[in-house]
Design a protein. Structure first.
Length: 345
């Protein structure tokens, strides 16, 4: 009897330990505008979804006219309505910066970046920086310089106090032995922009599950712990004479219902029948527009696919990105259900 009791107690401990292995997924959103100023409706959405972190782009890194790598497009922030939200600094780096920089320039850049991040963070948040995220779609030609910069930046952080993370694209997960593993603590898998945006016949370049799924084959073997970013945005893709010439963001989809200026030519596709302005863009007669969004059903399907494909690690699940259009396009229930699917089971 005592032996059975002991075995039962041991089993309970084992089961409890297994349950504690994977913590519930943390929730986050991206804020990718130069001016950070939350509207009351945006803050209310964060609170209703239980979002505790904002990944905020602090600046871009690009080459200036003199060939020097510098922080550009720096964040201007209003701290109102940011109480109790953890701010995670994010920095976007262009590939041409990495192509043109010497090792000495990268050494200097790493110091400048960290100094600028601390400078911008100090008045923005009462919390210390717990994570810095670098966004760069590195190539085979820029990998060595990018990884070198990451190492130099990471060396400035206090281990255990501040993590360094990097955005990871789908092809970098699928072919990680070729693309390399960035020297960071965590990766953020950006599960969007997976279709051919330049192709008029593309169903949806933002979220195309059919095209994205093959890239997750073997994703559970990716060496870094992976957080996940799901798309919650839309844009218009403008074509002229058969060529994609720009993205229209934001786009007023209601304006496309004006039959005196636009004609429906297919699902989410319009042709300009009278030269006109749309959201500050001058359109010529004959131009075509494809409107793309991440539909709620597709977001759920993406979350289910990722839940099946990735390791059962504790992770942050983020939505890209917070703005007034997100509130108009999605309901709380739609966003919450996609986030909930990513919670460990």
């Amino acid at each position: 009897m005592y032996q059975n009791t002991w075995l039962l107690a041991l089993l309970v401990l084992v089961i409890s330990a297994c349950r504690r292995e994977v913590e519930p997924a943390g929730r986050a959103m991206y804020y990718w505008r130069t001016a950070l100023s939350l509207r009351p409706a945006e803050r209310a959405l964060l609170d209703s979804l239980g979002v505790e972190r904002l990944y905020v782009k602090y600046f871009d890194v690009d080459i200036d006219a003199g060939g020097e790598p510098l922080p550009l497009a720096q964040l201007e922030a209003d701290t109102a309505l940011l109480q109790d939200i953890e701010i995670i600094p994010a920095v976007f780096i262009t590939n041409r910066t990495l192509e043109r920089c010497s090792s000495d320039q990268l050494d200097t850049l790493a110091v400048r970046m960290y100094k600028k991040i601390k400078e911008l963070h100090a008045p923005l948040s009462r919390w210390p920086i717990t994570e810095i995220q670098i966004d760069c779609d590195w190539t085979e030609g820029t990998r060595e310089s990018y990884f070198y910069l990451l190492k130099k930046l990471r060396a400035q952080l206090v281990p255990g106090n501040c993590a360094l993370s990097a955005t990871i694209r789908l092809h970098q997960v699928r072919y990680f032995k070729k693309t390399g593993i960035p020297p960071v603590d965590r990766g953020m898998l950006m599960f969007y922009n997976m279709g051919d945006v330049e192709n008029w016949d593309e169903p949806n370049s933002i979220l195309n599950i059919k095209k994205g799924e093959p890239y997750l084959k073997g994703a559970s073997r990716y060496p870094l712990p992976l957080d996940v970013a799901l798309p919650a945005f839309g844009w218009g893709v403008l074509y002229r004479e058969g060529r994609m010439i720009r993205l229209i963001y934001p786009i007023d989809e209601k304006a496309l219902a004006d039959t005196s200026r636009f004609s429906v030519v297919g699902p989410q596709r319009w042709e300009v029948i009278k030269s006109t302005y749309l959201d500050g863009n001058y359109l010529y007669k004959g131009d075509r527009i494809r409107v793309e969004t991440a539909a709620p059903g597709d977001m759920r399907q993406a979350a289910e696919l990722l839940q099946r494909s990735l390791r059962r690690d504790p992770r942050t699940v983020a939505l890209y990105h917070l703005d007034s259009l997100l509130i108009k396009r999605y309901t709380h229930v739609q966003l919450d259900s996609s986030l909930q699917i990513m919670a460990p089971r």
